[in-house]
Every structure is written in C-alpha cells, then in structure tokens.
Design a protein around this ligand. Structure first.
Ligand SMILES: Nc1ncnc2c1ncn2[C@@H]1O[C@H](COP(=O)(O)OP(=O)(O)OP(=O)(O)O)[C@@H](O)[C@H]1O
Length: 328
C-alpha cells in the first residue's frame, strides 16, 4: 500500500473580521497517500478553498491558522518559517486555481515562464530546463509541445491554458498537488479529458492530489476517496464508490440528488432547501440541521464522528448504517 504523504489533523482557520470571528475551517482532518486523489466537495462557502490555502500557508489576512497540524512526509508545515516555506511551496506542494491566469504571465512566452520556473529550483541548463518543460506539456495532453512552448497565453484556448498552468505546477514534480476547481470554467468534454489525464498522472508520477470541487460528478470519475465539507467541517468521508453509492449524511444525499447527470432526464432538478449558515454566528450543534430532513432533538449538540476503517460520518441520524466496500 502506498505511504501517506500528507496528514492533516484538526486544522482550524479563522478570520477575525470587524463583524466578528468566522471559523472557515473547523477541525479538519484528512490524509492523502502517494498517487491518490482525494476529492474535497461541498457548496460554495463550505471552506474547501481555505483548506487548500491553509495547506499552502497562503491564507490571507485577516485569516490565520489557529490550530491543528499538517504533516508533509513527517514535516510539520505549521512550524515552518516563511523562508523555509520557499523550499516547499511550488516545489513539494503546488496549487492550481480555477483561473489559470493566476499562474500564467500574459506578457511572457510559455517557454520563458516554464524554463524560469524549472531553473528557479533546479540546477539545470537552459536546454535541460526546456526539455523538462516540454515533457510536462506532453504529460498534461498538449499536442505539438515545441510549437506551444513558443506561444503566449492569449494564443491558447481556456482548456489549453489550464493545462499549461497544471504543467507549470508539475515541473517541480511536487509530492502534493492541490487543484482548486481548475476545470469548472471549461466545457464538459475538455473537463473530462483533463480529469482523465490527471488521474493517469497521479498513478504514473505518484503525486498525491487534493481536488477541490462543488461538483460531485467531477469526483465520481476522478477521485479514489472523497471528503464532503459543510460549514467548515468534514461531515462525511470514504472511498468515492462507497460514498456515492451509499451516502449516509443527509447533506451528501441532498448534494447527490442535485447532480443533473444522476437524475432522470426531464425530472426537475433537486435543490437542498435553505442556505448554508452564516459562519459569523456561533453555530451550536449540527450546522446542517435547519436544512435537514432527518434532524432530531439530539442535533442541537455537535454530533460525534461515527467511524469504520474507511468511512466516517458526523451525524446522529445517518440515512443508513456505515458500510464500506469489502475490497477497501
Ligand atoms: N477574507 C475573508 N474574510 C472573512 N471571511 C472569509 C474570508 N475569506 C473566506 N472567508 C470565510 O471562509 C468561508 C469559506 O470560504 P472558502 O472560499 O474556503 O469556501 P469554498 O467552499 O471554497 O467556496 P467557493 O467554492 O465559493 O470558493 C466563507 O464562507 C467565508 O465565511
């Protein structure tokens, strides 16, 4: 079995705002193994991106990490200084964003950008750096890489641009890649191609990936395991096939019912009634209870996590008992 590369325990990230304290990430624990893809799923505002930024030590003020530990192959990232972080960020953990232009410089050719990135971290000649850049473009499915290296970002389609941004993230051969909705703005066919290529890449290179998305249909074909977030907490977790075929948390059930591809053609699309809670207010008990069909009297206190070896749910009244695949 592949070793665990990233292990996060009790991660808590808070924003001290004028209106009060917002706990964006609330005691999140998760781990990813070499070559494994973990899908981090939830509605807008559930804390997925802040979890990613926390792992990268990129939380913007007034936010800060107030608790927990993040171990990258045994190194506690939360104990590192900013200068130590420079040897980790981009090199050992990389991140790609929904907007590839956050990574790409519009006025530089792709070869210049990629060669600079390679040479910033590795003592290689310009021609060796170019070869590494070229190989990365091929890895992410870019045809005619020599021609593409000479292009500027504006000469690429959206899907190509995102592939280049991913290739730049990969030139350092990071141990962990965090992808924050990188395919959300792309059309479905391009999205599916990129997801397939990413899956191949994780298997071949051993890169551990955390794929952040609001879309459960994205994780269905991509992720080995899935963690569902709600109001800053992970509320359900397991092997993707188990969670999608036997969801136990009422929120996961609602999310699955609202995936268009999983509903019969022509039937009205389900929407979970109500809205996520305001994280500025103190939330006692289960944060989902106001929207929950299963809620009962015990939900005014925080449900404990129910666990079996490969499954976990934080709910007093799961819709079915926890079960996992025999082959897990
Ligand atoms: N600058 C900020 N000031 C105060 N609160 C913030 C700030 N940035 C984020 N938050 C809080 O953190 C919560 C989680 O945000 P995050 O971006 O991680 O959600 P998300 O699940 O990634 O949603 P989305 O898909 O919309 O990006 C938000 O609901 C918000 O309450």
């Amino acid at each position: 079995m592949n070793p665990t590369i990233l292990k996060i325990d009790g991660l808590t990230t808070e924003f001290e705002t004028r209106a009060g304290r917002v706990v964006a990430v609330n005691g999140v624990s998760l781990s990813v193994k070499q070559g494994e893809i973990l899908g981090l799923v939830g509605e807008s505002g559930s804390g997925k991106s802040q979890t990613g930024y926390s792992i990268m030590n990129l939380v913007d003020r007034p936010g800060r990490i107030t608790g927990g530990s993040i171990l990258l192959n045994g190194t506690n990232l939360l104990a590192l200084s900013e200068s130590e972080w420079r040897h980790i960020r981009g090199k050992r953990i990389a991140m790609v964003f929904q907007d590839p232009m956050l990574t790409l410089n519009p006025v530089l050719r792709i070869d210049t950008q990629m060669i600079e990135t390679v040479q910033a971290h590795a003592k290689v000649s310009r021609s060796q750096a170019r070869e590494i850049a070229r190989a990365c473009l091929v890895k992410v499915g870019i045809a005619a890489p020599d021609e593409r290296l000479k292009s500027y970002p504006h000469q690429f389609s959206g899907g190509m641009r995102q592939r280049v941004a991913i290739a730049i993230a990969l030139v350092q051969e990071p141990e962990v890649l965090i992808a924050d909705e990188p395919t959300t703005a792309l059309d479905v066919t391009i999205q599916e191609q990129i997801l397939y290529e990413m899956q191949q890449l994780a298997r071949q290179s051993g890169t551990a990936m955390i794929w952040i998305t609001h879309d459960l249909s994205v994780v269905a074909g991509l992720a080995d395991r899935v963690a569902v977030m709600y109001a800053g907490r992970i509320i359900e977790r397991g092997l993707t096939r188990d969670v999608l075929s036997r969801p136990t948390h009422p929120y996961t059930v609602g999310l699955l019912r609202s995936v268009p591809a999983r509903n019969p053609r022509g039937s009205p699309l389900f929407q979970i009634p109500g809205a996520p809670p305001n994280l500025l207010a103190q939330i006692d008990g289960c944060a989902f209870r106001a929207r929950c069909t299963q809620a009962g009297p015990r939900c005014t206190t925080l449900p404990p996590v129910q666990q079996s070896p490969n499954r976990e749910v934080r709910c007093f009244y799961p819709v079915m008992p926890l079960q996992e695949s025999v082959a897990a």
